[in-house]
Design a protein. Structure first.
Length: 85
């Protein structure tokens, strides 16, 4: 049994105004995810769960015509990696 295809896709996007990163949600109801945890897809196909905070911008993607929304997200402390010997 296969899992159904998701209706929305979340990725990281550079914040061109303030620097840093935002989360870009693309899909029919992209503006309905504030204060929720969503899976965010990285370029290599892996996913991380991030908590979206506030809606920054919403509009249509020029290329695809889909609804797109940008959100701030809760930053997590970086994990310290032990140096291998």
């Amino acid at each position: 049994m296969s899992t159904p295809k998701r209706k929305h896709k979340a990725t990281y996007a550079k914040d061109k105004r303030k620097g840093g990163y935002l989360i870009r949600v693309q899909g029919e109801n992209s503006n309905a995810f504030a204060k929720r945890e969503v899976p965010v897809t990285l370029r290599d196909g892996t996913e991380h769960i991030e908590k979206l905070l506030t809606l920054v911008w919403t509009g249509k993607d020029e290329a695809s015509g889909e609804n797109v929304t940008l959100y701030t997200f809760e930053s997590k402390p970086k994990e310290k990696m032990e140096a291998e010997f």
